[in-house]
Structure formats: C-alpha cells, structure tokens
Design a protein around this ligand. Structure first.
Ligand code: HEC
Length: 167
C-alpha cells in the first residue's frame, strides 16, 4: 500500500514538474501564425460549440424578422463584423484569417445555432480569440438583429441582399 502511495505521489510530482517546465520555460507555442495542432483543431471547435449550445438558453428573438431589421443588421455587420468575418460575396478577410483560430466567414450561414445561441456568443464574445464581447458596444436589439441575419443568411429577401452592396 505504501509503495502504491509513494508511486502515485512521485507520478504527481513528475507531472507537476513537467507542467511547470512547459509553462514557465517558454515551451508553449503562443504565436498566431503557427499551424493548428491536430488536437486543438479537433477539440476546440467542439468545446466552443458545446459551450454556446449550453449557455445560449432558448430565449425567443424579440426582434421581428422583417426587412427593416435585416437591413439594419446588414449595416451593423458591415461596420463591425465584416473586417474579420467578410461579406457574402467578399473573399475571406486576410485580417480575419490572421487570428488563431481564424475568424470564420459568417455570412455563409450559422444554421447550426439558434437565434438565442447566436445572441449569446455575439454579446459575450469568445475568450483568447479575436472575437470581442459586443455587449459593451452594441445594444441588445442590434445583437438580436444580427442573430436573425446570420440565422437566415441563406434565405434573404432581395432588398436585404441588395443592402450588402449599398454604401
Ligand atoms: C477582430 C476580429 C473580429 C471581429 C471584428 C468580429 N469577430 Fe466574430 N470571431 C472572431 C474570431 C477570431 C472567431 C473565431 C473564434 C473561435 O473559433 O474560437 C469569431 C467567432 C465568431 C462566431 C462563432 C462562430 C462559430 O463557428 O462558432 C460568431 C457567431 C461571431 N464571431 C460573430 C461576430 C459578429 C456578429 C461580429 C460583429 C458584431 C463579430 N463576430 C466581429 C473575430 C472577430
């Protein structure tokens, strides 16, 4: 029994030392232009998705789905989001692609989330990435409008599509 305990303590000490060495000796890669490790590329998107699904409770979007709200969302999106997430006909933004992880091209649709999950992630942002918490910059109404836009981006009325090209 004593041997087992001693062994466990030794393993714990070795693990602790290894963790200390890795974190304090500068061995952890921190640059944003390095290749994505396989583990990170597979695990982090799943962690993000699960957290958004868990926290974005089933609130109904209080903003009605109409052309005025969608057009307003296009304007806010162009001003605040497009530089990282690009626009529907635009190429992926080089700026957005320079983050680690890169900013996804959003107007292609976020059908995997509900309005309320999109509201949550836009309002609260994503830590340790380039994605800001927009809750301190945009009103709740503006965030709900953008949530509708992203959710319905595959099926927009022509007048809203035209708004993308307005100056
Ligand atoms: C400065 C760059 C930047 C700006 C500006 C920005 N984002 Fe992001 N955003 C990111 C990055 C980087 C990610 C990827 C984070 C990740 O994958 O962990 C992200 C992720 C997201 C996601 C999650 C996507 C997913 O696949 O789960 C949503 C939704 C989103 N952003 C919406 C917005 C909206 C709406 C705006 C504007 C109000 C905005 N972002 C502005 C950088 C930005």
């Amino acid at each position: 029994m004593r041997k087992v305990l001693l062994g466990a303590v030794l393993i714990l000490a070795i693990l602790l030392l290894a963790a200390l060495a890795i974190t304090r000796l500068g061995l952890m890669p921190v640059s944003a232009d390095g290749p994505h490790s396989n583990l990170e590329a597979r695990i982090m998107p799943a962690v993000l998705h699960a957290s958004i699904v868990r926290h974005g409770s089933g609130e109904t979007n209080p903003v009605s789905l109409n052309e005025d709200n969608l057009k307003a969302a296009v304007d806010t999106y162009k001003a605040m989001c497009a530089r990282c997430h690009s626009t529907p006909e635009g190429k992926a933004s080089i700026y957005g692609q320079s983050f680690y992880p890169p900013a996804p091209q959003l107007p292609k649709g976020m059908a995997q989330y509900t309005d309320s999950q999109l509201f949550w992630v836009i309002k609260h942002g994503i830590r340790n990435t380039g994605m800001p918490a927009w809750g301190s910059i945009l009103s709740d109404e503006e965030v709900w409008q953008i949530a509708s836009l992203l959710k319905n981006s595959q099926d927009l009325p022509p007048s809203v599509e035209a708004q993308w090209n307005e100056r």
